[in-house]
Design a binder for this molecule. Structure first.
Ligand code: GLC
Length: 754
């Protein structure tokens, strides 16, 4: 009671003293925060400490009557006892304000709740799905996209997002590849950091910044066979050199929270993995924030065969450094008793609570628990035109041109008759993607609407549904595998048209959590529709909407123009139209390899050479007898409406210091355009076998027609080194080669010695 009175008096005084400047700011220096945390911790009972480690999902509409029975009643009682530290899936200024009021005004110490939500690629105004954003290779635009998300989310009471997902993945069968930044750790780390900067800004106590969360620690993207929630068994070198780097970069850039993972990692569930959470994350990397479990990942240890009951879940998780329990109820039910029984030291509880309270102080929640609950800001900021402009820019930059034979693209406004075919072309819901949890359905600009702004000569025919019936985050899709009744109309329209734009691919809920697929071609009857149209008109522009790499060898062989348009969020239609009509020259580059066949998965550019990389005419080498080893489209691949030529690669070695690389790039085409020049390194002989190439630098820039630019890269020991199997970063002398080029397969090579 003492603290609450002090804080309330202090808040009242500060509010009076500086009411015209808006909410007061105290506890902004670390020493002050640390002192406040200790002061508060000293007043907390064991149950109240455990309460801070307990996160509940929103369990009732707080503007309605309080729950009077069942699970919701228990949660409500716990909330009023101060046994809840955080809520997830509660949003809206009014909802959050009332839930926060209960915590601040009806509990003994009045400790504010922290409200978390999956703000994965926007909150109300949605940006492209993260895999699409990563294809922009534009760190500034990606940071801006996260900034917009934070502004809208914080206007609706949210002060913590469960993003960025920084899981590296190499398997298109895994539905959650849509949520990450692709297969490369170097790029994935930089994109993760850009998102964290966008979310957290420079001042976490500001009313429009939110805490970020690097997830899922660790190895979730390596689920065997791309099957979600499946076993993860990876070697030490992959762990240290591929899976860890984006998380380590996030910690180095002050990410405030980390979420652990559902999977076991080499036999130990991540949530109970002390090596991961205590030795690596907190000890070796010095992570100062707190770890949240994934939804029920604690409880799932029982299914994993690692805990016999919920009490043991609580013991193993707390001892392993999982600081907050999302919806397992393990901590709130058992942790206090485990401490009293001496099975979990109270010092470990105190450490977890310190971490949690510190973030709450840094967010300014003790200064003003209602800082994020301003209904006026909510009304003014969501779907703001500035936000739509930002996500439109992001969407344009995320589009990847995969093929443009005969220069069918860009389309001309004077085109006589353009046929637009495909259910996804007239869909304003699917392009929002699967992680639109805080936004509103059917708020995307469809491709059909976008094209209207350019030409009145566009006629539409659906051709076929992709799915039928209800579509929602947690509901299985009902895929149309047999209704071809719309084909005839689509074929009739295509036959009389000059050019056909076909928008085909996945529904927004074909990818995402729980959405693994083994057939990664065009779902349903869409391939049949494509071939039926092709029979009457070969001038097809295929616009793909998908949340994962697709295997499309037939399309690549037959269709003259192919545009990868992912799920681009709220401004989809305008971004696609701007690219198709050439108002924006596509600049995206793939961040995941597209396979020729699902049987090649996992397929990725930074693979090892193996002992039998080639075999001439024989069979005894590392290959398939019925498919190429190569992807259909490689990592880093993307075309432009212009062309770029590379010349004069030069390498200068300053032994022990750095390697300076320069190259000349010329826009050899007729239009201005942006290029992403990539630098790849190969360590030819090392104490741990190294991949055939690894991305170690990239630059995105614009060139006018005929313009030449000299690019310079520097390779330091940071880029030349790697982690050995003890987790030590080492740099070894020896022979290296490097390639600078337009994708991971095309460029100029040079050798050097270090
Ligand atoms: C989900 C996801 C995780 C998400 C959490 C809260 O199961 O695995 O990424 O942040 O639960 O929605």
């Amino acid at each position: 009671m003492i603290l609450k009175t002090n804080v309330l008096l202090l808040m009242a005084f500060l509010l009076l003293a500086c009411s015209e400047q808006g909410p007061p700011k105290v506890f902004t220096d670390d020493a002050n925060v640390a002192a406040q945390v200790e002061d508060l911790l000293a007043q907390m009972t064991l149950e109240e400490k455990v309460g801070q480690m307990n996160q509940y999902n929103g369990f009732y509409d707080v503007t309605g009557p309080a729950p009077s029975e069942g699970d919701a009643k228990n949660k409500y009682e716990h909330l009023k006892k101060g046994w809840v530290g955080s809520m997830l899936n509660v949003s809206g200024a009014a909802q959050v304000r009332e839930m926060q009021r209960i915590a601040v005004e009806e509990t003994r110490l009045g400790i504010p709740l922290i409200f978390g939500l999956d703000v994965i690629h926007g909150h109300k105004t949605l940006a492209p799905i993260p895999l699409a954003e990563s294809a922009s290779w534009d760190l500034e635009a990606i940071e801006k996209s996260a900034r917009v998300a934070a502004i809208e989310a914080s206007a609706r009471g949210i002060n913590w997002t469960f993003a960025p997902m920084v899981d590296i993945s190499r398997d298109a069968r895994w539905g959650r590849v849509m949520e990450g930044a692709g297969e490369d750790p170097y790029l994935g780390a930089q994109i993760g950091v850009a998102r964290i900067k966008g979310f957290q800004g420079d001042d976490l106590s500001a009313h429009n910044t939110i805490a970020a969360c690097a997830k899922h620690f660790a190895g979730y993207g390596f689920a065997e066979a791309g099957r979600d929630y499946n076993t993860v068994d990876v070697g030490t070198s992959t762990l240290y050199n591929v899976i860890f780097p984006p998380f380590k970069a996030a910690v180095e850039h002050d990410v405030k929270t980390v979420m652990n993972a559902f999977n076991i990692l080499n036999g130990i569930p991540a949530t109970a993995n002390a090596w991961l959470q205590r030795d690596i994350l907190k000890q070796k990397w010095g992570f100062k924030g707190y770890v949240i479990s994934d939804w029920g990942s604690g409880f799932e240890m029982i299914a994993h065969g690692y805990a016999k009951d919920l009490e043991q879940v609580a013991e193993l998780s707390a001892n392993a450094g999982s600081d907050m329990d999302m919806e397992s109820y393990a901590y709130v039910k058992h942790l206090a008793d485990l401490v009293r029984a001496g099975k979990v030291e109270e010092a470990k509880i105190d450490e977890a609570v310190r971490r949690i309270l510190t973030v709450k102080f840094e967010l300014g929640l003790f200064d003003d628990p209602y800082r994020y609950c301003d209904a006026q800001r909510e009304k003014e900021l969501i779907y703001h035109d500035d936000h739509k402009a930002a996500v439109l820019d992001m969407a344009r930059k995320s589009i990847v041109l995969l093929k443009n034979e005969g220069e069918l693209l860009p389309l001309s406004k004077s085109q006589k008759r353009i046929a637009l075919i495909g259910a996804l072309a007239d869909d304003n819901n699917s392009p929002l993607g699967s992680w639109r949890i805080g936004s509103d359905d059917n708020t995307a600009v469809s491709v059909r609407d976008g094209l209207k702004a350019y030409s009145a000569q566009v006629e539409y025919a659906k051709g076929a549904d992709v799915v039928t019936g209800e579509t929602a985050f947690a509901v299985p899709l009902n895929i149309n595998n047999n209704d071809r009744s719309g084909f005839a109309e689509a074929v009739r329209l295509a036959r009389k048209s000059e050019v056909v734009v076909m928008v085909l691919g996945e529904h927004g809920f074909h990818s995402g959590e729980g959405r693994s697929r083994v057939n990664i071609g065009l779902p349903g009857v869409q391939q049949d529709l494509l071939e039926a149209v092709y029979k009457v008109n070969k001038n097809i522009v295929l616009v793909l909407m998908n949340g994962r790499p697709l295997a499309l060898p037939w399309a690549d062989k037959h269709i003259p123009a192919i545009v990868e348009a992912w799920q681009l969020g709220t401004m989809t239609g305008h971004a696609v139209a701007d690219v198709l009509f050439g108002a924006y020259n596509p600049s995206g580059k793939l961040t995941m390899s597209f396979p020729r066949h699902v049987g090649q998965c996992p397929i990725y550019y930074n693979h090892y050479n193996t002992g039998r990389p080639t075999g001439g005419n024989g069979v005894f080498w590392s290959h398939y007898t019925d498919e190429s080893n190569d992807p259909l489209y490689p990592f880093g691949y993307g075309l432009s409406y212009t062309t770029f030529s590379y010349d004069k690669l030069q390498v200068q070695v300053e032994p022990g210091n750095k390697v300076t690389v320069s190259v000349e790039v010329t826009n050899s085409g007729e239009r201005a355009g942006e290029e992403v020049t990539q630098l790849y390194l190969h360590d030819k002989v090392a104490s741990v076998a190294r991949p055939v190439k690894e991305l170690k630098g990239f630059k995105k820039y614009r060139l006018e027609p005929g313009e030449t630019k000299t690019l310079t890269f520097e390779l330091t020991p940071t880029e030349l080194g790697f982690y050995d199997n003890e987790g030590e970063f080492i740099v070894e002398p020896g022979a290296f080669s490097l390639m600078v080029g337009t994708n991971s397969q095309e460029g100029l090579w040079a050798d050097f010695n270090w």
